[in-house]
Each structure stands twice: as structure tokens, then as C-alpha cells.
Write a protein that binds this ligand. Structure first.
Ligand SMILES: [Zn+2]
Length: 107
């Protein structure tokens, strides 16, 4: 569908609800809402964003990893070495830095 077909629907949104009643108007507003859905930003082979509707709560479409929960965390990941860079340890380091900053402020 071209964008020129979308513009008349924005005019219907400005009209009072009495003029928008009826099955056809409801369907039009639903289509309008669907077009407002967040779009997938994955870069395609043509070097432009994919633009397909993104999976709910995600930033990618069903074809670009939107359905995937991501790589396994921690030792379940095949690239795991020693755990120094796990999210838990990074969080612990962050807390330690904050405590150290508090101590430095007091002295
Ligand atoms: Zn996509």
C-alpha cells in the first residue's frame, strides 16, 4: 500500500466520532493503527532498514530475530571462558565503585 492512501485516514481521525461510526471507519482506523506499529530496524542487503512490523515489545521483526530470546547467558553460552564479564559480575563491580565513591566523599 502506498503512503498516499494513508493520508486521507488521518483526516478521518480529526472528524468527530459521529462521522467515524460504522464498520468501514472502524476498519480504517485499525489499519491506521497497524501502520503506526514500531518498525524493524535491521539492515537489509539493500543497506536500508527492513521496516517490517516489529514483534510486540521488541525492536526486530519475526524474520530478523524478533522471536529469538537471544544467546544463552553465562556458562550455557559456547563462548563462555571465566565469567569475569558476566552481567552479574559487571553489576557487582558497579556496586563496588558506588560504595568506594561514597567512602571517598566522606574522607
Ligand atoms: Zn526485519
Amino acid at each position: 500500500m502506498s503512503t498516499s492512501k494513508v493520508t486521507p485516514m488521518s483526516e478521518t481521525a480529526d472528524k468527530p466520532p459521529s462521522e467515524c461510526s460504522g464498520e468501514g471507519a472502524g476498519r480504517l482506523s485499525l489499519v491506521n493503527l497497524m501502520h503506526l506499529a514500531p518498525r524493524c530496524g535491521a539492515k537489509t542487503r539493500a543497506h536500508v532498514p527492513c521496516q517490517a512490523p516489529a514483534i510486540r515489545g521488541k525492536r526486530r521483526c519475526r524474520m530478523h530475530g524478533g522471536k529469538s530470546p537471544g544467546a544463552p547467558r553465562g556458562s550455557k553460552n559456547g563462548n563462555y571462558r571465566h565469567g569475569l564479564f558476566t552481567l552479574e559480575l559487571a553489576e557487582a563491580r558497579k556496586r563496588l565503585r558506588a560504595i568506594r565513591a561514597m567512602i571517598d566523599d566522606r574522607s
